[in-house]
Design a protein around this ligand. Structure first.
Ligand code: DXP
Ligand SMILES: NCC(=O)COP(=O)(O)O
Length: 257
């Protein structure tokens, strides 16, 4: 599959392997293996691999980033490799050495518990522009992690981003509450603004098998979802292959209209 276009289903499923590394790091035995997890999810039909190497290496280590790059280059050259992180911290070193298909810029602090907000545009524009330009010179697509604010989408395009990744925690936490429909509509409006500005739309954070379908049915043009925490938790119960098949079933069903 061409990593530069959406999956045949309409939305590519990129599997975030952070939590496999988190479990591995609690012993010095190398299990569970991040590389083996990548092979298993790809054999089962995942469309991409995502990692978010944090500076404290609490989960993904620098060595994982490079070993995954070598594996994908050797055995899965058409599979999209998406590396997330803060380009003001450690991300750019990985982008320069690995040249993945996509860099997702995330404005996390060092030691942050998990990502919890997007970029502030246009305030961050002057900081981001040269880093986006550098990625483009390296042949790397840039996606900006963004809150669901329609008015920020034109600014994301103006600073040179190719895509935005909509930060979906507010949607996930609204699911099952009276606010669910309104929050989803906010994401739909943001995606429409992104498309109108000429951006591709990705989405991620706390997506799962239960909330993904409704999101994809209502939010237009989502090219890629990156899913880690819930998917790896599902895989502990179901195994990698059955889990990937089920997420792909949800994605296909959302697009079968
Ligand atoms: C950008 C994003 O939403 C995810 O990459 C999230 O930050 C995962 O990071 P952790 O696995 O460290 O929570
Ligand atoms: N970009 C989001 C991601 O990679 C995974 O987020 P989560 O599913 O672990 O919350």
């Amino acid at each position: 599959m061409n990593p530069l276009v959406a999956a045949d289903s309409g939305t590519a499923l990129s599997v975030n392997l952070n939590k496999v590394a988190l479990l591995r790091n609690t012993r010095h035995l190398g299990i569970p293996s991040v590389l083996r997890a990548a092979e298993l999810v790809l054999q089962a039909g995942a469309d991409g691999i995502t990692v978010h190497p944090r500076q404290d290496e609490r989960h993904i280590r620098g060595s994982d980033v490079h070993e995954l790059a070598a594996l994908l280059r050797r055995d899965w050259p058409q599979i999209e490799y998406n590396i997330e992180g803060n380009p003001l911290h450690n991300l750019m070193d990985f982008i320069r050495s690995v040249r993945p298909h996509q860099a997702t810029f995330v404005p996390d602090s060092v030691g942050q518990f998990t990502s919890d907000h997007g970029w502030n545009l246009p305030a961050d524009a002057d900081t981001l522009r040269p880093l986006i330009d550098e990625c483009h010179a390296l042949g790397v697509r840039v996606s900006l992690f963004m809150d669901p604010q329609p008015e920020a989408m034109a600014h994301a395009r103006a600073v040179g981003a190719d895509r935005v990744e909509l930060y979906t925690e507010s949607y996930a936490s609204a699911c099952g509450t009276p606010q669910e429909a309104a929050v989803r509509a906010q994401f739909a409006a943001t995606a429409q603004a992104a498309l109108a500005a000429g951006l591709g739309v990705n989405a991620g954070h706390d997506l799962n098998r239960d909330n993904l379908g409704a999101f994809l049915r209502e939010v237009p043009g989502v090219l890629e979802v990156s899913i880690g925490h819930a998917l790896i938790a599902d895989a502990l119960e179901l195994g990698y292959a059955a889990t990937i098949r089920d997420y792909q079933r949800v994605i296909r069903a959302a697009h079968a209209r």
